[in-house]
Design a protein around this ligand. Sequence first.
Ligand SMILES: CC(C)(COP(=O)(O)OP(=O)(O)OC[C@H]1O[C@@H](n2cnc3c(N)ncnc32)[C@H](O)[C@@H]1OP(=O)(O)O)[C@@H](O)C(=O)NCCC(=O)NCCS
Length: 161
Amino acid sequence: MKENDRTTEVTDAAYEVVAVTDGDIAQIAELERECFSDPWSEQTLRDSLVNPLYRFVTVKDGERVLGYAGMFLTIPEAQIANIAVAPDMRRQGLGRLLLRGLVREAAEAGAEVAFLEVREHNAGAIALYEQEEFVRVGMRKNYYDNPVENGYVYMRMIERE
Ligand SMILES: CC(C)(COP(=O)(O)OP(=O)(O)OC[C@H]1O[C@@H](n2cnc3c(N)ncnc32)[C@H](O)[C@@H]1OP(=O)(O)O)[C@@H](O)C(=O)NCCC(=O)NCCS
């Protein structure tokens, strides 16, 4: 399995954002099922890992996956596709760390703008995105199923360093 060695290291005192490897996928699939009503399947996750347009990062404690995030890069755009943190590890800054890891990597790959969608009532995720300088730019009516819900579109310009 090809590992993504282009991932920028983003750290705080305790944790490091690193590239996802094949050995992480089963735990990520489990987290998908735990966190989302429409989870990505293990096969979709494996396909994404080897898709050169997809970048996939994680924060781990030893072998345990604490959280993960991924995006599609269609330069000059980055589309953030998923981000999740294990329920018992939330509100410790890991979501922010993962998001910053993705944005940093998108910048290095030459992206100029990042987009994401979020459920209208996902207040926690929305608070995180707005703190990280994402701005609401649109709404997609009934974008989500299970339950049906509107989706907000958020955008953030990416500075070149
Ligand atoms: C959204 C998610 C990834 C956030 O992860 P996290 O590690 O808990 O987030 P952080 O600890 O980095 O939070 C950073 C800031 O975001 C805001 N925030 C995060 N979760 C919040 C919540 N549930 N309620 C209110 N604000 C929240 C806070 O301002 C927080 O800073 P603070 O803790 O200092 O107040 C996590 O809740 C999750 O996995 N949710 C389920 C999956 C999901 O909905 N993903 C998003 C799909 S679009």
